[in-house]
Design a protein. Structure first.
Length: 117
């Protein structure tokens, strides 16, 4: 596994800068979600804040801003995230092999169809 600063990964940095970011803030920043077009491209919940429904609240917030089909990508072994997305109504649209931190992993493209208007 290799950990590098976001500033050293130009592809991810460009994605971050081109995303609309929403922050969950209380006494401290508890997490954030980022969207680009109709995709959720970032979701992070601070480890001290996990288990408090912050991730779900962030996703539900951005889903109210979007229309049509919304997609996201998640590593298949992230069972907590997959369960969360399914509980909201996302389903697995596609399964593929991806690269995560230089390791081959199963990746799910998940989606949910929202009502327009």
């Amino acid at each position: 596994m290799q950990v590098i600063p976001l500033s050293k990964d130009q592809r991810m940095l460009d994605l971050f800068h081109s995303s609309e970011i929403f922050i969950y803030e209380g006494d401290e920043i508890g997490g954030f979600v980022g969207i680009k077009e109709n995709s959720i491209v970032w979701l992070f919940v601070h480890p001290n804040c996990r288990g408090q429904t912050i991730g779900k609240e962030l996703i539900l917030y951005v889903l109210r801003k979007l229309k049509g089909q919304v997609t996201l990508t998640v590593v298949g072994s992230n069972e907590v995230a997959v369960r969360l997305y399914k509980s909201i109504g996302f389903s697995i649209l596609q399964e593929s092999i991806g690269n995560y931190q230089s390791h081959a992993v199963i990746v799910y493209k998940m989606g949910i169809q929202l009502r327009d208007g």
